[in-house]
Ligand binder design. Structure first.
Ligand code: GLY
Length: 373
């Protein structure tokens, strides 16, 4: 009889790990009252290791670069298993700056990446507009980063759910309230009997910390407000690439979709609050319109807020933790969708009893053990 894995959390990380484990022959139960919702549903879907990692975050950059390299093949095997598109877009990313301060900041980022052996192309405002005619006259310069990609996160979730179901993953639609690792793994739910399994994997995003004492204080909710805009007839075409920008020091991004853009995202810490605010929406619209003026003619389709699972150093926690060896894949901070393929590969290595890829060493959950004693 095959071994039983219980995965707690049906976001992009939990679903990716569940699908991967089921393909390996594990009997998998995915415990989540509302799979494919939460931060994974609200996300923008950038696969952007270079433009998301800032100086001082080199291990995260390395992890992200390793994961984005897996994405094209991972997406095509997911599409094949699911029988539907995984939503990957490979047109790349441009980063735009308006004022002198923003341009200086992007220059510093470009120099830093060059020193790390990851050169990016610096472009004038005119050169950027040649690539992306939707950029407005306030854009004075920026960068082209063709290897930073994107994915339609909702298409991705639908594909993961379909592939997981076809691979035999069983969905248990209850909320988990506590977990135990080995030797007999248990997932206690808010109602009904516990799920017992050989291995329990916690992939519950911002809700992970309360499930097990070893995770206490390691994952915190980081709120992000985000908008979905739909292009209306006659409006300026949607940019082809992801457009990121600094506007008077504030970061904003526009991630293209089939017929619109996702505009994100604010960042604040208010516990588990997911109510979008007037100020957040105003800032996003004002800054996005400054970069891509044509969005003024688009329809404001959706306003939402999600909770990124923040870790103390923005690097996720992947691997066993605590005295009972609980397996975790959480704390992916701003990079859950990007890091899904490498996280699933690392979890599979752990389930096989193999060494995880070296680059995942930075995500060892035990790195915080000393500071917690
Ligand atoms: N990765 C984009 C965000 O967290 O807003």
């Amino acid at each position: 009889m095959s071994a039983h894995l219980a995965v707690v959390g049906g976001g992009v990380i939990g679903l990716s790990c569940a699908w991967a484990a089921a393909r390996e022959g594990w009997q998998v139960t995915l415990v989540d009252a509302a799979p494919a919702s939460g931060a994974s549903w609200v996300a923008g879907g950038m696969l952007a290791p270079v433009t998301e990692a800032w100086p001082g975050e080199e291990p995260l950059l390395e992890l992200g670069v390793a994961s984005v390299a897996l994405w094209p093949e991972w997406a095509s095997s997911l599409s094949a298993d699911a029988g539907r598109s995984a939503g990957l877009r490979t047109e790349g990313t441009v980063v735009a700056a308006t004022g002198a301060g923003d341009r200086a900041e992007l220059d510093a980022l470009a120099s830093h990446l060059g020193r790390l052996g990851r050169p990016v192309e610096r472009l004038s405002g005119r050169e950027l507009r040649r690539l992306e005619p939707a950029l407005g006259p306030d854009v004075r310069g920026g960068l082209s980063v063709p290897d930073d990609l994107s994915v339609d996160n909702r298409a991705l979730l639908a594909a993961l759910q379909a592939a997981a179901e076809k691979a035999g993953v069983v969905s248990d639609r209850r909320a988990a309230r506590a977990v135990t690792g080995g030797p007999v793994g248990r997932v206690e739910c808010v109602e009904g009997p516990p799920v017992e399994a050989d291995v329990v994997l916690v992939a519950a995003g911002a809700h992970s910390s309360s499930l097990h004492p070893a995770l206490d204080g390691l994952v915190r909710p980081v709120k992000g407000e985000i908008l979905r805009l739909a292009r209306r007839a006659g409006a300026f075409p949607v940019p082809t690439r992801t457009v990121r920008a600094l506007v008077d020091g504030r970061p904003v991004y526009l991630v293209p979709r089939e017929n619109g853009v996702v505009v994100g995202a604010t960042q604040s810490e208010n516990g588990f609050d997911t109510e979008p605010t007037v100020g957040g929406v105003r800032d996003l619209l004002r800054d996005a319109e400054r970069i891509v003026p044509g969005i003024a003619e688009y329809a404001l389709q959706e306003v939402a807020a999600g909770l990124r699972p923040g870790s103390p150093d923005n690097v996720p926690l992947i691997g066993p933790i605590g005295p009972d060896g609980l397996l975790v894949a959480t704390g992916h901070s701003r990079n859950g969708i990007l890091l899904a393929p490498i996280t699933a590969a690392a979890v599979v290595a752990s389930l096989r009893g193999e060494r995880m890829p070296d680059v995942v060493g930075a995500a060892d959950p035990d790195r915080f053990a000393g500071s917690r004693r």
